[in-house]
Design a protein around this ligand. Sequence first.
Ligand code: SF4
Length: 602
Amino acid sequence: MSHHHAEVGSSSCSTWIIHGPLSVTQERGPTVEEAAPQVKHFKRPVEHPVTRPERDHVTFLWGGLTSRHEALITAGMEALGYKVQLVPTPTKADFQTGKEYCNNGMCNPAYFTAGALINFLKRLRDVEGLSTAEIIRHYAFVTAGSAGPCRFGMYEAEYRLALRNSGFDGFRVLLFQQEGGLRQTGAEDAVEVNAQFIITLLNGLIIGDILNELAYQIRPYETEPGQTDRVFARVVDRVRDRIHAKATHALKGRTLAKVLACALPDLGSDQLEPIVDQLVDDFYLETLRECAVMIDDELEVDFTRAKPRVKVIGEIWAQTTEGDGNFRLFHYLESHGAEVLVEPLMTWVNYLCDMALCRLADSKGLGAQGTARGRRNLAGRLKDAFDYRKSRLIIALAAQGLAREYDRVRRALGGTTRPQLDQAELRRLAQPFFNYKTSGGEGHLEVSKTIYYATRHWAHMVLSVKPFGCLPSTQSDGAQAAVLARYPEINFISIETSGEGDVNAYSRIQMALGEAKAACKAEFAASLAKTGYTLEDIRAYCAAHRNLRRPLQHIPQHKGVCGKGANFIMNVAARMDADPAWRGRKGAGLAGTPCTPCLAGR
Ligand code: SF4
């Protein structure tokens, strides 16, 4: 060792020497590459397709929506010739299974869904006696995918990993992209994601949305407990039969589709035929009208009750599931006297269309590569302008077509459910608090729906459900603080849904619900006072008029009045005013002092 070198430290494997004032070197020992720990990089599990020849002996598993959506979409898939089975709504036990086999740090819906799938497969193996090889050969899981940016983009890879960890290595997870177009699959794929498939899916979503909303509108006011669920179960069966019948029903408008195919060669007549059929045929509407009559005739309601309206918003899976994934929130709220306003899944589909239009508008003037053409490249610029307008027209037509279909179904089922939300208005409302270009999860929708429902007096309380570990919902919740500073009158609460923690969440909900009930009762009492009748007289009038006990009657909303009960009694009072047999009772007795059972929402 040179005397210019000073020994400054040693270890069992090396000695460090200073060479001059700045340089440090290692006298011996491993190189950097040798010293680096062996890193085993994560590789996306291999995707095994389900091929067309396998289609007849593979059962496609899916789930995750409400029971009504699931029943109708399953019927649609069966009508298209697929063997389909539902994975039951995830429970807490499924969540624990998901945590056991998935990576750490996933968001809640991934744990619930992966766990439910794994437990379903285990039951096939351990209870029904199928071998693992048979399960892998005869079953596959179908799920929606996305390009992100949140973890949704990685779900299917996570499922595959969890399946491998739980002993089902090679079990197939098939993905269809929610932003994908009409052709997402190759000629050999068993599941053909084409126009017919997407239309079938959308019909199930739309009819499921409206039936679901109707059931939540009616159940809190039913006079015979359990009757709503019984009638709606029969309604769903009837619609399911109709969907099955579609398999043998000839498509309408084939000639028109062929003509359109000349103008839209990219789509071709095979894709345009089911689209045109959907637009010109009213295959489901007659059945839905019959269902509306069935609902109106077989159910009886008492709308003279003060029940706070609670709008549930939040991450799409958490706000939709009817199980432990959101602490069985809907049941909890209804059993505590609330009327729940559920969110149609079509709001999400419209949001995707709207975002596609916004992204397109941002790319105006740019070519397919995202760059502007040179000023002299006139032909190129004309082509870009043409392509832009064509894309815009196609997306706008798709959005219009969806809005029309939604409205047709809504009207066939009585027309008492809400029209679709105006996406431009939602963007405008969110803009001061949340940039609509920030995508992921529900994007700006959580913020805008809070303002929309509360300021239009559509809800006494807004409840946001945020799955544990959800980044976009956490972001939205941050912005909600600013929303509440601007609109302090909004009764807003956000709860985090983890697998556990329900007791804590319930107690927080109860506090907010207490406030909502108080507001609802005050509004009801004020409305009753305005009518000049007693509640007993209004109820007696309803008892004498069957139409006022029908669930699908239209109840116009009075300015600034939110509760269904308060609006209802004012409308009944207006009818009583016009009825000589009843108007004499006005001002008599206890006007303005509602009875205790009414105010308790019973
Ligand atoms: S929105 Fe939230 S909960 Fe849903 S996938 Fe994305 S991160 Fe997960």
